[in-house]
Design a binder for this molecule. Structure first.
Ligand code: GLN
Length: 408
């Protein structure tokens, strides 16, 4: 049987694929970004209570009223961003559904959607599923946004720009000046901003500025976030969208037909967490992540990778060129997939090949991405294994490893 042409235009998720590979190699999975530490008790207890109280049927399709009310309060208090819970907030199955529902609802076939590159790998397929064309603008670790390249990406066909700050995988936290530049272009070209703010509380520098709070942006911004990263519950699939009523009406239609709704008892758990966890929780979250970041970044440097310490989110993009000689002595150039598979198998640490964050045939061939959303014991063990590379540990180069029949 043939399959729909729509799906031919994109690759399957390499991130999820590397998780499977890590399992196969019994290797430390620093590929897919999910925490291995426990979620806050308040959250878990509230969800358990909700199940016991038989909150087990569909919530209202756009989200339990209580959660939407609590979200409206949280956005107002945190960012001065006021939203009507009845007409402007929608609860979704994770930020992933929020993004695809938004693009399907608001983007027409043939429209252009501007995406920063390297990008989180879902955005390309999301755009293609919406029959739109992604237009890429570079956003590199440690580098300011190139405002000229950004301006050149806006055309009469531009419909939306996807903004992800703090950013996966570059680790950039966009500054007010950068966000204002995006704002100016959105206003000038009548373009929507669709912002993925899932890492809003995981920052080491700068402040988190929802672009919707900039003058002129509220009516043209779809703000997306969720519980996954903030409360370490990526498997719960609870995300949300805050958007003007007219845009929300269209998004809700798509959301309803896609998923009907997010898990009802888990929405109660998230509402409780948002209501009861105080500032100390969010401070501690960022604080804990800073220590993990420094541990992994230090180990990568010592191992011989080149990388920039991220300003936010929990990823490090690392250049492995300096280690290529170890892997293919005097041999042909090594690409990112070969290196990632080799590292997974021979060193026992699994990253994601860098090219999966760039367009097909684009950059990332000398990069791999590591996550540091792991407990200190896992990161410390990863650090030991990685550092051994820097000490010229006796590793089997690619050829020998391949000959042993282990290569996939
Ligand atoms: N956002 C995380 C990452 O980039 C998890 C992705 C996923 O598999 N949903 O690794």
């Amino acid at each position: 049987m043939s399959t729909a042409r729509r799906t031919h235009g994109f690759r399957e998720s390499v991130i999820r694929g590397m998780t499977r590979l890590a399992r196969e190699h019994n290797s430390l999975n620093l590929a897919q970004g999910f925490p291995n530490f426990p979620a806050p008790d308040a959250l878990k207890e509230a969800a358990v209570r909700a199940i016991r109280e038989d909150i087990n049927q569909y919530a209202i399709t756009w989200g339990a009223h209580r959660l939407r009310t609590v979200l409206a309060r949280a956005y107002s208090e945190r960012y001065g961003l006021d939203a009507d819970p009845d007409r402007e907030i929608t609860v979704t199955c994770g930020a992933t559904e929020a993004m695809i529902a938004t693009l399907l609802a608001l983007v027409d076939p043939g429209d252009e959607v501007i995406v920063f590159e390297p990008f989180y790998e879902n955005y390309g397929p999301d755009t293609i599923l919406a029959d739109a064309r992604p237009v890429y603008v570079p956003l590199d670790p440690g580098q300011p946004l190139d405002l000229e390249r950004l301006a050149a990406a806006f055309t009469s066909k531009s419909r939306a720009i996807v903004v992800n700050t703090p950013s996966n995988p570059s680790g950039r936290v966009l500054s007010r000046t950068e966000l204002e530049a995006i704002r100016d272009l959105c206003v000038q070209h009548d373009v929507l901003a669709v912002t993925d703010e899932i890492y809003e509380h995981i920052r080491y520098a700068g402040e988190h500025i929802p672009i919707a709070t900039l003058p002129g942006m509220r009516q043209r911004t779809v703000t997306i976030s969720g519980a996954s990263k903030t409360f370490s519950v990526t498997g719960w699939r609870v995300g949300w969208i805050l958007a003007p009523a007219e845009l929300t009406d269209a998004i809700r239609k798509v959301h309803d037909f896609l998923t009907v709704g997010a898990p009802a008892p888990l929405q109660e758990g998230v509402a409780d967490a948002l209501e009861h966890l105080d500032q100390g929780f969010y401070r501690e979250l960022a604080h804990g992540y800073r220590a993990r970041r420094d541990l992994l970044h230090g180990a990568l440097e010592e191992a011989g990778f080149r990388s920039v310490s991220p300003e936010g989110a929990y990823y490090i993009l690392a250049d492995f060129s300096g280690l290529a000689e170890l892997v293919t002595p005097g041999g042909p150039p090594l690409d990112d997939t070969q290196f990632a598979v080799w590292l997974s198998r021979e060193v026992g640490v699994t990253p994601v090949p860098g090219s999966s964050f760039f367009r097909e045939g684009g950059g990332g061939r000398s990069l791999v991405r590591f996550v540091f959303c792991k407990t200190e014991d896992v990161l410390a063990e990863a650090a030991v294994r990685l550092r051994s590379l820097g000490r010229g540990r006796d590793v089997r180069p690619l050829e020998a490893a391949a000959r042993s029949g282990l290569q996939r």
